[in-house]
Design a binder for this molecule. Structure first.
Ligand code: NAD
Length: 281
């Protein structure tokens, strides 16, 4: 089947939204990106232009348009990816707004780290055109995307989504049967949960846990550096979403993590999380 996806809208230009936009633009798609925060939108533009220049794709710069108006951002789009914060009610509200404005043929995907799209689909009429499309930033070094159906997603929508993922240079990671956390994210959830619990109970220092992880896996970063990169607000919200689902006390994020989030120690983006960082501009 030939995909008809040509223009992609990204809703939410934060940490992941801007990366999805850059990856999509790198592979010649037109991109329209929207955020409620104009400063974030400007930062996203700087980031995306930087990525395209570094990849010697200056001609793609003009194919990315930045909007503070949702109606304009959704004009003539074939695929819309929601990348707003991990909050179910917010995601439903944004899905409903998109559904009311976007062309009727457009597919709506969510980049949620934990919510199956079946929990969001009640907000839209086009239930056959929704998907989970979950990215793994940094996208260029982790080029894979979980793809999962909602309860009424059509095969055509799923196929189009799968083809589009390959067209932006990523590997589709297919979830056959709905599950919380998709594929690799679910495995990462277990590692993250246990690392957090060991830190909370004082079983080992974060540096020790990170060191052991790096030696064993050969990866450059351990779980605490990874969490600082993801953003501790997102880590907390995702962990809460697992806990609300499972009721398993092991899934409950430590109170100490909540305190860090309330203090604004969110990781690399604020300069302090589990580690201290030079503040990301
Ligand atoms: P972020 O806070 O960096 O970005 C979210 C953006 O959404 C912000 O710029 C904010 O201004 C914007 N926003 C808020 N409300 C909006 C609205 N109503 N309309 C449009 N924009 C709005 O968060 P993030 O880390 O990019 O996470 C976004 C989503 O991606 C979450 O669902 C998260 O679980 C998921 N995700 C995150 C990661 C990660 O590593 N951080 C990885 C995969 C998936």
């Amino acid at each position: 089947m030939e995909t008809k996806i040509q223009k992609v809208a990204i809703i939410g230009a934060g940490f992941t939204g801007k990366q999805i936009a850059a990856q999509t633009a790198l592979y010649d798609f037109k991109v329209q990106i929207y955020d409620i925060n104009s400063t974030t939108l400007k930062e996203a533009e700087k980031y995306i232009v930087g990525v395209l220049k570094r990849n010697k794709r200056k001609e793609a710069i003009q194919k990315v348009l930045y909007y503070s108006d949702l109606t304009q951002a959704l004009e003539n789009t074939d695929l819309v990816i929601e990348a707003v914060p991990e909050n179910l009610e917010l995601k439903k509200e944004v899905f409903s707004q998109i559904d009311n404005i976007a062309p009727t043929h457009a597919i709506i995907g969510t980049n949620s780290s934990s919510y199956p799209v079946s929990r969001i689909e009640s907000a839209v009429k086009r239930k056959d055109k929704v998907l989970n499309l979950h990215f793994y930033p940094p996208i260029p070094t982790r080029p894979m995307v979980d793809i999962m159906r909602g309860s009424e997603t059509s095969e055509e929508t799923f196929e189009k989504g799968k083809i589009w993922i390959t067209e932006i240079g990523c590997e589709p990671i297919i979830v056959k049967k709905e599950c919380l956390g998709f594929v690799f994210n679910r495995i990462w959830h277990t590692a993250r949960r246990e690392a957090l619990n060991m830190w909370d109970k004082g079983n080992a220092d974060i540096e020790t846990i990170d060191k052991a992880w790096k030696i064993f896996t050969g990866m450059k970063m351990g779980p605490f550096v990874l969490m600082d990169g993801i953003g501790l607000d997102t880590v907390y919200a995702v962990q809460m979403s697992y806990y609300n689902e499972s009721g398993d006390p092991r899934d409950k994020p430590p109170d100490r993590l909540k305190e860090m989030v309330e203090k604004g120690d969110l990781g690399i983006k604020t300069g302090k999380g589990f580690y201290t960082w030079k503040k990301r501009k």
